[in-house]
Design a protein around this ligand. Sequence first.
Ligand code: GLU
Length: 459
Amino acid sequence: MVSQTKQIVQDSLNALLEDTAFLPGLQGNDREQAFTSLGAILSTPNHVHKSFLRIALENGSVVRIPAFRVQHNNALGPYKGGIRFHESVNEEEVINLASLMTLKNALHDVPYGGGKGGIILDPRSFSEKDLHLICKKYVQYFSDIIGPDKDIPAPDMGSGEREMDWMMAEYKSIRPGQAYKGSFTGKSIVNGGSLGRREATGKGVYFTFRYMLYDFMKEQRKFLTNNDNPFAKTALDYDGKPLKIGVQGFGNVGSVAALEAFQCQYLENKVVAVSDKNVTLYNPDGLDIPALVRYTSLHNSDLPTTIEQLEEAGIKAEIQDRSELLYLDMDVLILAALEDQVHEKNMDKIKARIIVEGANAPVTSEADKYLSDKGVIIIPDILANAGGVIVSYFEWMQGRETQFYSEDQVYQLLHQQMKTTMDSILPAYFGDPFPLRQNCYIHSVMKLSTVLYKQGKLY
Ligand code: GLU
């Protein structure tokens, strides 16, 4: 997967090198040299920080837990990105996720660079007291490199507002008298968080899909008719027809996206399948998503796994293995779990014609190519799942202004920002030969290249 990000960045640079209308001030050898520099800058992180947090656990044992903070690029602003709490975290993965943040922020015009953190642990196997200590230690070890104008962490998989509150409080104790509200985003509302931040990624994922399939279709039909672009064909095939949707992952992103799909007034959706780390629930007539959301909120975020539990929740569904979700009969597959979920070994079993990447990097490069060649539309992570970081930016701004927006204002601003991005990308996408992911990367790379060039960094 790591090589996929690097490869697409390089392909984007190659395309831009040939496009003489782009950065026309750079010609001949200077141009070659500048593009070589760009390749080096964008394919390598600025800093990789690694520490082993020493923690005295509640049970009396003392452990050292590996933790990372990767700062990929800050040409557009302070480094920004979540801290992942997961047992599968590794250095290469955090570097890749940090580079995706650089591209994501550039794509959506969020004035941040890209960073990412990770702690190798399964948060469910630690007590609350242990987790509190781990969060405090993380800030102690990395306090010199983070800060409201340097590097601003946020939640990612396995972390949420509780962890951000703890971390912000520790940052404040370490740096008394200094600005601290903007040191972390994704905090609880009482601690300066933004209304709508928790729901933002899932809402943005669904909005991106809806915008492409409904709003853009309605307003910009001229791009779709008589167009060879595979998305145009798919969109016209589905025009006004009911859509069967499956959602992999029922956490912060998947459950919100599923609920948005269920409640959507614009498209005729049926959410036929959802899954989490234990189970797939399937009902070809559509699942009762609000009932599932209620159930998970009472049961440690887990979906029901037995007939008795389904009855308790009042839900009609077939219980299947968690891995089955991907292969069920559906039109749209929203991937909102981990990376590398669709890969060489299972790509030929996918039936969906549209895949939406709610998670970061859930489709490997082999699967991406195979499915795109088959005409499957993949709405890429950096386009679809930026809602979280966009609302993080609103949170950071609100902290500075000490003025807070209503939930409706937040969603309005979020949709406006994502709409602006799509309106600038989609016309080009419908007019050129690149898949949507490549198109988004070109857009981000253009922005980063222009900024770096004007900053005099391309020597
Ligand atoms: N972890 C989220 C992401 O991958 C949000 C990052 C942020 O809010 O800074 O986009």
